[in-house]
Design a protein around this ligand. Structure first.
Ligand code: TIU
Length: 221
């Protein structure tokens, strides 16, 4: 067992039983013309998280530890996209509409895939999820249990939407949850700051937070 310097206090880390979770680093959120841009967001705000995630992926891959990528996307017939989700607001394009990267947030379309810089390696898990959280409708808890994974390190986008929802779901299922502060980003800096604070408040009510440099240094031999 390793201890990672973290807020609000050192975080336990079990080598081999700790999966690196990369949430929704899809072209649809990070590149122009996708779902994130259709909601009126400046997608360049998310780019700062890419190098830290790449460094963490390299560390996990070098050690043969489990890596899990998620993609928020729906079946082509949208049978798993609730109308309440698709019809909300006044986006320039809705989920399932054709855009420059194919149909927004539809599985198999170019926009729904993960950005080349962080593309999954052979053998890494890729979980397609219809919701913001990674456990809803995915069977992921059973797979993690079967693999003996007890600790999760969270990265990806966006901090206060899919990352925080997934981390809250994981906390309720008994996983030790650590979020990497510079490996997650939001379209709204103030929401990122607030999400990180609410995770570590009250003695780590949802989990722990640490910068990637502290995590990588603690893992170094
Ligand atoms: N809109 C926004 O901030 N996020 C999402 O819709 N999905 C994820 O966070 N992946």
């Amino acid at each position: 067992m390793i201890e990672i310097p973290a807020r609000p206090f050192p975080c336990p880390f079990e080598p081999g039983r700790t999966a690196l979770v990369v949430i929704d680093m899809q072209r649809d959120f990070v590149e122009p013309g996708g779902f994130g841009a259709s909601l009126g967001n400046d997608v360049t705000r998310l780019h700062a998280a890419i190098p830290p995630i790449a460094a963490l992926l390299a560390a996990w891959r070098a050690r043969g530890w489990p890596v899990l990528h998620t993609r928020e996307c729906h079946r082509p017939d949208l049978s798993d996209c609730p109308p309440a989700k698709r019809e909300r607001g006044e986006p320039t394009l809705r989920i399932g509409d054709p855009g420059p990267m194919g149909r927004l947030l539809v599985a198999g379309e170019p926009g729904a895939d993960i950005i080349p810089a962080l593309y999954p390696a052979a053998g890494e898990w890729v979980i397609d999820k219809p919701g913001k959280g990674m456990f809803w409708g995915t069977g992921l808890h059973e797979r993690l249990q079967a693999a003996g994974i007890t600790h999760l390190v969270f990265t990806g986008v966006t901090t206060e939407v899919c990352v925080q929802t997934s981390m809250r779901e994981a906390n309720d299922r008994g996983y030790v949850c650590l979020i990497v502060e510079d490996a997650t980003e939001s379209y709204f800096p103030e929401f990122k700051r607030a999400a990180l604070e609410m995770i570590v408040a009250q003695g780590g009510i949802i989990g722990w937070a640490t910068p990637s440099a502290a995590l990588l240094e603690a893992l170094a031999p």
